[in-house]
Design a protein around this ligand. Structure first.
Ligand SMILES: Cc1ncc(COP(=O)(O)O)c(C=O)c1O
Length: 478
């Protein structure tokens, strides 16, 4: 029998070979970008029952399984992948996920993963500095007199948004944790905000009905000039605004809210400002695009997903606060087996997160940035935005097509004709053909087709072909 180490090397070589063929065949469009077979068919084809009964998934059995598995995946490495805000992962970063899985250092406490914790600490500081916030060495991290920034990596932007709003609740309504909801709290969010905001309001005990929309212009950007009267009107009804959320950028069309103006009103009313930069935070790494996030440093908290524009394998989201104390005090939990006096050569993230066992998410982010280099990463983000802007021009110039709004980031909303249900039918047929995988969204109460440029391999010729295909499908609908 092989030693575990020999098996690892043999099995890793099998997986590496299969993955390498998969990435090559995806990039060269030798297989559909999406092909959704029925769940029962896949359970059967992948031999799941047989594999768990037999055990010993290695060698040729492993090769067969991985080949079948890869065959049934949605191919993000395919140039036709234009659907969602999920990175085409950097493969060195993906090795970070593998190392993390193999070492299993549950690093929320330093002693359970010194290397992983140190890397998370370093990458959080890197992100804080991109925002323009103060970073410090670990020994001063919990200094109650120091108001430097802080943060933690969480399993996704939705959890990060919840955590940021929890920090807001703890900072602005300190008695809530013990005594519960005083009953008059609301949060104000952009009408284009991600659904995780409403969920967070419900989970935090505010109630979804107390997550209200901010005034917006016709494109859905927050209108700071009308915020003042909304806040005053709420106050006259005895309501208290716990937090205001701004998008940088919104999910549907990728628009950035005017952060300096929103921040000024929040400061004036002592309201917590949370900036959801889960998607658009990627622009912080680019000198050319940084202006889109002007004023972000005035926020109290920011969420920034690395697994969106930053090529990092899912998941890896950062919740960042201007003053670390707000996150450090957000959870008031006792856990005597973890939190007690001890020698502490590093930093425990556990008090900043919902999670107890936490993966070493920083490693995949660090290895991605280290593989690409900061300038390579900036060029990548700029390239995605450029792809979207060029595609929008191309679409706009085609007869019958309409682009919803000039893209500010890598998202393009467009449609052919003016029938909402036809847009959904076009998308359905595209996915069925399997050459393109695109999404669809409601924006300004209209149904649009939506392209999210995540793959540097997607060319303008791909978009031309996509438009031809859409015209062809549409011609049979009208
Ligand atoms: C603006 C925004 N915020 C939050 C999220 C949620 O992030 P995650 O999917 O990592 O939970 C998304 C996801 O698309 C988003 O676009």
């Amino acid at each position: 029998m092989n030693s575990p180490n020999k098996s690892l090397q043999k099995n890793a070589a099998i997986v590496a070979e299969a993955l390498s063929e998969y990435i090559e065949s995806s990039g060269t469009k030798q297989a559909p970008v999406i092909h959704q077979e029925k769940l029962e068919v896949l359970i059967e084809r992948l031999g799941l029952e047989q594999h768990i009964t037999e055990g010993d998934l290695s060698g040729e059995k492993l090769r067969a399984f991985v080949t079948d598995y890869l065959d049934a995946t949605t191919r993000l490495h395919h140039p036709g992948f234009l659907a969602h805000q999920v990175a085409v992962p950097n493969l060195t970063g993906a090795l970070g996920s593998w190392i993390d899985g193999s070492t299993n250092n549950a690093m929320a406490i330093y002693e359970m993963g010194p290397a992983a914790s140190s890397i998370e600490y370093f990458m959080i500081n890197w992100m804080l500095s991109k925002i323009g916030w103060t970073t410090v060495s670990s020994d001063r991290q919990l200094d109650p007199d120091s108001s430097h920034g802080g943060g933690v990596l969480t399993h996704g932007g939705s959890l990060a948004n919840l955590t940021a709003l929890l920090a807001a609740r703890s900072a602005r309504v300190p008695g809530f944790w013990k005594s519960g909801n005083p009953g008059n709290l609301v949060i104000l969010v952009p009408e284009q905000s991600h659904y995780s905001m409403k969920r967070a309001a419900a989970i935090l005990g505010l109630g979804e009905d107390n997550c209200l929309s901010l005034p917006a212009d016709q494109d859905g950007r927050v209108l700071p000039a009308e915020m003042e009267s909304q806040i005053n009107e709420l106050a006259s009804r005895g309501k208290r605004v716990m937090a205001i959320v701004a998008n940088a950028c919104g999910t549907a069309a990728g628009l950035y809210d005017p952060l300096p103006e929103i921040a000024a009103i929040c400061r004036q009313h002592n309201i917590w400002l949370h900036v959801d930069a889960a998607h658009g935070g990627g622009a912080l790494v680019s000198a050319q695009l940084r202006h889109l996030l002007k004023g972000i440093e005035l926020a109290d908290s920011v969420v920034w997903d690395a697994h969106k524009m930053m090529c990092t394998p899912t998941v890896c989201a950062a919740v960042l606060v201007r003053d670390h104390r707000h996150l450090d005090h957000a959870f008031e939990q006792e856990a005597s087996y973890l939190l007690h006096a001890k020698d502490q050569p590093g930093f425990d993230f556990i008090s900043r997160t919902v999670e107890c066992t936490k993966a070493g998410l920083g490693l995949r982010l660090f290895m991605t940035v280290a593989a690409m280099g900061e300038s390579g990463l900036a060029a990548h983000v700029e390239g995605l935005v450029e792809q979207a802007r060029s595609a929008a021009k191309l679409i706009q110039d085609r007869a019958g097509f309409e682009v919803a709004i000039t893209p500010e980031t890598n998202i393009v909303c467009f449609r052919l004709g003016d029938d909402d249900s036809q847009q959904l039918e076009i998308r359905r047929q595209l996915l069925e053909h399997g050459d393109y995988y695109i999404s669809s969204t409601l924006y300004r109460n209209i149904r649009w087709l939506r392209l999210v440029f995540m793959n540097p391999l997607t060319s303008l010729d791909d978009i031309r072909q996509l438009l031809d295909d859409i015209e062809e499908i549409h011609s049979h609908l009208v």
